[in-house]
Ligand binder design. Sequence first.
Ligand code: TNX
Length: 482
Amino acid sequence: IIMKLYYVLLLLAFPLSAQINVVPQPNDVHYYKGSCKVDTPITYVKDPAIANPEGYQLVIQPRKITVKYSAEAGKYYATQTLRQLIFQAKKEHKESLPCLVITDAPRFAYRALMVDPARHYWKIEDLKKYIDVMSQYKFNYLHLHLNDDQGWRIEIKKYPKLTEIGAKRTNFEGSKRNNEGFYTQEEMKDLVRYALERNVQLIPEFDVPGHNDAAVAAYPFLSCNDTIIGVRTTAGVSKNLLCVSKKEVFTFIDDIISELSEVFPCKYFHIGGDEAPLDKWLENPQVQQLKKELQITNNQQLMSEFFKRVNESLAKNGKQPLIWMELEVPTYPQNSVMYLWRMHTTPQVLERAKKDNFKVICSPGEYAYFDYPQAKDDLPNVGWMPTLTLQQVYKFNPAFSLTSQEEKQYILGVEATLWGESVKDLFRAFYMTYPRALALSEVGWTQMQQRSWKSFTDRLEGQLSYLLHQGVNYRPPVELAN
Ligand code: TNX
């Protein structure tokens, strides 16, 4: 108590000094007089009183650095905070850290990035590097978009052609360039372990019923008319959906979910749901028949029916569905988590969440699409994409107009999507991700009262040095220099 009183008095005497350079900004920082040598050994103390498993307390005293945590996640995050502090001190040729107490915990439980090795294959080592960097900024989920029209990237033992045929995208973009590769289940299990050591859980996405040309190329029976196609070479939306009226399709999905559930321990399982034009379903006599049986009046109820069946497979494997929500689909499984993703749909999606009592992951095009260029005329420019600047990402408040009570009830967290059509390698992936992911990490972690664009830009240069030091490519935010 006397020590505490002593600190309070010191605090009154020495109010907030220059801010520390940490991203995301910790939620509570108190500075005290004095400093501590950078190489002081760290004492780790397990403290069950720290309620949030990702929360921690970091106490820097003149001759002592103490980390208090209740779970490994909090210990890991305290260490990340400290590493950044030490890096910044050394960068300024200082041998000491300021005395302080940081009491920190995240605003949202879910803070994710998504990558898309379906469009362009990523090597496992590249995924590891990506995880290394994101985990330092306290992101705790990496969503892997594992299949799309342009590629199937994960070994499925029961369906070997998925990777024999579906993992090869040849002669695309009118060039001779090929894109080929997939992950064995063993490699993926290793990646799961690697990520968990950094408090990152891997979420598989098996996108259904749309975006499945690669699967249909391997197994034509999956489509309504046994369509013979190749793996798609161009960008865009395909119409070869997995067929809603075929029993074999649901057996296929069930098998895949069972195999992937063994590989990915995470309770969340993404089942896609985006951009599925119904044309080929509706042309098909068996689907017409199914509509009659189910007394379907609104065609989109077929999608609801489809997800109901997919969810039965997830439930069997103890998984909870994540879905790219489409507003026109009338119902989704009750336990699903909905993505808010399409531009200009935020108010409607939030209304729907309240009405149907869904949790939401916020990944709106307006703030979180990292495949969009970061400045006008910046690369990659595929023509139709809007610009998503660093400042725009920073402005993001995932609660939108919700009250804090509603925020707790409906918003699970945030995610940025790095769609892969123009992300051809890790160099480009880092360029698109940083520094915008620094802004997003603060969006997910830091309470609004602690956030400020001014403070963020003051800390940016030091963080860019931190990335550079690790050999991480980023887009220099040249528009901020003056
Ligand atoms: C839409 S966003 C998609 C992706 C594309 C992306 C390009 C979403 C759920 N689906 O298939 O790659 O736009 O920005």
